[in-house]
Design a protein around this ligand. Structure first.
Ligand SMILES: [Zn+2]
Length: 450
């Protein structure tokens, strides 16, 4: 931790961003509150948001009336199950009716999400909430400061000289180095790694796929990074083999995060546990079964309620991810509830002709015992249901590699009950999607989900 950086950072925020500082102080207090009190804060925020949505947002009034739900019905926690689930298709098709027309446009921040159909979907979040404070809070768990020098791999980075200058001035004395996730050539990665060392970068933030490419480069050319204390991995499930590779290359701890384009920071990993603390005072997370029943300690569909966005309320919104909320509390002293790491999206699934749905979490795990043999894999299902598994084999090739590949093929054939043809294809490179690696792609998904 650099004391001068820290001093300037917090002084600037105290002077010019009082709203963010106030929120931050509250956030630090609330994570330590007893569970009952935290639950109460979360519950009151949910009730307030739902009442607002019903009174102000045309979509919710109509949708809740149609489903015979009224905010007055929320008397106790158990009544939460009565709130109808918000599906992605409503957000896609009724965007205008989901916006609060009476709130100033300057409070709307726009975010575009890919969505499984490939058509971008626009959503909004509320600028009055300073989302970065949830990240600041998690930094404390990891003994890092937001004022520490940082490396950022992102799709939007300052490119022209003026933007770079403005960025440097704004963040001074903290040094920020950037790598554009869209065009990561080996020269650019080389330059970025050099900058990490030159500027003594303390933490790194980026998409899993992009981080993995940098790690590959570091390992291949036997480069050394010495200053990093934390790598913050975003945007996709962090598989065990990738985590191990990142730890080996960056020689520091890896923090997993769960977020989405709709709500950027939902939960972050605790250093004392493999699980993630939900930012429960700002986001409510439910996990439901196929009938919409709320479950604890069981895996199901994740629904999120953004407690801080009134411009475009998302209430019990089905994000398209599978996850598990846990009843256990953490030993670290933070009382924010825990969830397991999210291993896959609903869209990352394979389908069989007779309607069987093979979960992405499960498919990913097929490779769990074989990571010493492979650098990367991707399970690709074509429209005719047949599957091609692309694999990049680790060099030098293991003697028994053909047996291993055959074993995986058999296991997958069993998983899909021999209804689908599976072929294994060795490749030199698996294409990522702007830095995000997709482990499972099914061309059938758009026809089934949404
Ligand atoms: Zn913890």
């Amino acid at each position: 931790m650099n004391r001068f950086n820290d001093f300037v950072f917090w002084t600037k925020n105290t002077l010019f961003r009082q709203d963010a500082m106030k929120l931050y102080k509250q956030a630090l207090l609330s994570e330590k509150l007893p569970t009952e009190e935290l639950n109460k804060i979360n519950w009151e925020k949910r009730k307030k948001l739902i009442r607002f949505a019903y009174e102000r947002i045309p979509f919710y009034k109509e949708y809740y009336d149609d489903n015979h739900f009224h905010p007055d019905m929320l008397k106790k926690e158990d009544d939460w199950k009565l709130v109808p689930i918000l599906e992605k298709c409503y957000v896609r098709n009724r965007r205008g009716d989901l916006m609060d027309s009476k709130t100033r446009r300057s409070y709307f921040a726009e975010s575009t999400t890919g969505g499984s159909t490939g058509t971008p979907m626009k959503v909004f979040w509320d600028k009055r909430f300073k989302i970065e404070i949830t990240g600041w809070r998690a930094f404390r768990w990891w003994n890092i400061s937001p004022a520490d020098n940082v490396g950022i791999i992102h799709r939007r980075v300052p490119k022209v000289a003026w933007a770079k200058f403005k960025n440097r001035a704004m963040w001074w004395p903290t040094k920020r180095v950037y790598l554009n996730a869209v065009s990561m050539t080996e020269e650019e990665i080389e330059q970025f790694v050099k900058q990490i060392n030159d500027k003594k970068v303390v933490w790194l933030q980026g998409y899993v796929g992009a981080l993995e490419r940098i790690a590959d480069y570091i390992i291949k050319y036997e480069k050394k990074v010495t200053s990093l204390k934390l790598v913050w991995s975003t945007s996709a499930p962090l598989l065990m083999n990738v985590r191990v590779k990142l730890e080996q290359a960056f020689r520091c701890k890896i923090m997993n995060q769960y977020g989405s384009n709709e709500i950027s920071n939902i939960a972050q990993q605790c250093p004392n546990s493999p699980h993630l603390h939900i930012h429960y005072d700002y986001v409510h997370v439910d996990v439901v079964d196929s009938d919409g029943n709320i479950m604890i300690d069981k895996e199901g569909d994740i629904l999120v309620t953004n407690l801080t966005s009134y411009v475009f309320p998302l209430i019990k919104y089905r994000l398209g991810d599978r996850g598990c909320r846990l009843s256990e509390t953490c030993t670290c002293g933070c009382n924010l509830p825990l969830m397991k790491e999210v291993k896959g999206r609903i869209s990352d699934s394979i389908y069989t002709p007779d309607g069987l749905y093979v979960d992405g979490n499960y498919l990913n795990s097929v490779f769990d015992n074989y990571f010493q043999y492979f650098d990367q894999f991707q399970i690709y299902q074509k429209k005719d249901y047949n599957i091609v598994v692309y694999i990049k084999v680790k060099q030098p090739r293991a003697n028994n590699i053909d047996i291993v590949i055959e074993k995986i093929k058999c296991r997958l054939e069993n998983d899909v009950r021999h209804q689908i043809l599976i072929s294994m294809e060795e490749v030199d490179y698996i294409k990522d999607d702007k830095g995000k690696i997709r482990y499972i792609i099914s061309e059938l998904t758009p026809y089934i989900s949404n």
